[in-house]
Design a binder for this molecule. Structure first.
Ligand code: AMP
Length: 275
């Protein structure tokens, strides 16, 4: 289904709960875990597939973002999804469109620093999807930890009438977080990409051994990543899991997150310590 009016008409007929899973497509098991949870918890499930141009900066990978519509539809059919919403860009951003949702503070760090304007694009498109679908619950992955914080903040601040559900990160057997962008990795880069998980595992190990000085953990993680010649660090962060402010000492739940370029592919991952 590609038209907003058509979707709204069908939504109007639904009597029970509706779960929404927003995606950019090129689906993997991380997406499908969200879909299955939505299926378990709601009477109807809507999955949106929209590579949202406004959340990509100039020089980012909007054009090369992987797309495979037929395969996505076949996977979602197997999951018994009720509606797959695939709007064209002009349907979401018709001529004259000039509004946006600006979430403050929690967007100013981490991905927000590396990708200016990214979260304005995300918050705006997600708010539009919420208005279009009017879901009872919407499902997001912990893989994009800051995005989850931003969406929760937006929903609370703007009194949006739905429940946000955050599901755990789904990983490959060797630890690499599933991502549509992993398809861009050649075999050498795929091996090098494991350095993200190794760095997060090191943080977990140091924390388990009693280390609470965030800078010491950041330093050890960065040193480990720098040993991998194909990797270049964008950031390594240990921040308050809710505030996203960098920590000196780990006391409450801490989000350990990192963005690392492997060749030309930028990957992000995270874990929560002491949660
Ligand atoms: P995307 O298509 O990358 O925009 O992702 C759509 C949704 O799936 C977002 O809420 C992501 O956080 C979530 N997601 C992506 N990868 C994973 C993963 N490996 N595990 C869990 N959720 C994921």
């Amino acid at each position: 289904m590609s038209q907003i009016a058509e979707l709204k008409a069908l939504r109007g007929k639904a009597t029970g709960s509706v779960g929404l899973v927003p995606t950019m497509g090129y689906l993997h098991d991380g997406h499908l875990a969200l879909v299955r949870q939505a299926r378990d918890e709601n009477e109807a499930v809507v999955v949106s597939i929209f590579v949202n141009p406004t959340q990509f900066g100039a020089g980012e990978d909007f054009a090369s973002y992987p797309r495979d519509h037929e395969r996505d539809l076949a996977l979602l059919k197997e999951e018994r999804v009720d509606i797959v919403f695939v709007p064209p860009v002009e349907e979401m951003y018709p001529a004259g469109f000039c509004s946006g949702v600006e979430v403050g503070r929690v967007t100013e760090r981490l991905e927000g620093v590396s990708r200016p304007g990214h979260f304005r694009g995300v918050a705006t498109v997600v708010a539009k999807l919420f208005n279009i679908v009017e879901p009872t619950r919407a499902y997001f992955g912990q893989k994009d930890a800051q995005q989850a914080v931003v969406i929760e903040r937006m929903v609370a601040d703007l009194n949006m009438n739905l429940e946000i559900v955050i599901a755990p990160t789904v990983r490959e057997p060797d630890g690499l977080a599933m991502s549509s962008r992993n398809i861009h990795l050649n075999s050498e880069e795929r091996r090098a990409a494991l350095v993200l998980w190794r760095a997060l595992s090191l943080a977990q190990q140091l924390f388990s051994q009693g280390e609470r000085q965030a800078e010491s953990i950041r330093h050890r993680m960065s040193a480990l990543i720098q040993e991998e010649p194909l990797a270049s660090i964008d950031y390594v962060s240990i921040a308050g899991a809710a505030s996203l402010e960098e920590l000196a000492t780990i006391e409450g739940p801490a989000l350990v997150s990192l963005a690392v370029r492997i060749g030309s592919t930028r990957l992000i991952d995270n874990i929560v310590l002491g949660g």
